[in-house]
Write a protein that binds this ligand. Sequence first.
Ligand code: ATR
Length: 271
Amino acid sequence: MHQLAVFGNPIAHSKSPQIHQLFAAQHGLDISCERILVPANDFEQCANRFLDSGGVGFNITAPCKQDAFDFSEQHSKAAKLARAVNTVSVRDGVIHGDNTDGAGLINDIQNNLGWSIKDKSILILGAGGAVSGVVGDVLLSGPRMLHILNRTLSKAQEIERVHGDTRLCAVATLEHAYDVIINATSAGLKGEPLALPTSIVSEASRCYDMTYGISKGKATTPFLSWSEEQGADDLADGLGMLVEQAAQGFKIWFDVDVETASVIEALRVER
Ligand code: ATR
């Protein structure tokens, strides 16, 4: 039995155990995947306890991704850029921290949805941990421009500074339509409005919400409902990203590729 886990607070809602069980079934692997609720300031102790008990590796969700970065002894390039870790593995006794959120987002957008990033104008809304984790991979996909808009401008400017890429710009105002708009704020989750100018959405715009809440092609997050009203060309929520980032983690732990479409579909149907 290979022991996996997902750490966070809250954690009861996490779909990671179910996702990893579906991946494991594809390869006939016997796994367990426990949800571990991390009390404040207790990440290191929880993580050590899990690894000492024979854990293969684990995923980390909010608010523990920075703690997981500090806990890791080695970091992937993506984790270094994000200064956050969502996947921990142990290699030759060394604790290795990865960040697969960006790869998960890009795989979902490009491979599952068939949307293009290359040479497109991209707008990301928000500048919190979720954005830090994905900006590097979005830039690697070759956008013409990547604008970041955040309620607190200085946080978007800090992400711009860290990456130092001429295509990346923290913006205070929005003046034109974008090809792809990605919502990475937590406004919708908190039931708060996200005031945006209608001019950012054209009939060619594709709108992605990194939170999930869409079933059978119908928009159900506030951002996606708004985008639909503005006449966006296509909409998607973050369920595919969740599965794709987990798939990258599964590969890190077991060195096997998994098929994701059926897993996304299984989770979609279940809701
Ligand atoms: P996460 O790890 O999910 O990114 P976070 O680091 O707390 O969570 O970031 C939440 C993001 O949503 C931030 O960009 C936040 O804006 P601020 O940096 O100004 O706080 C954004 N956000 C949350 N509520 C919002 C609201 N009501 N309107 C606009 N942006 C909001």
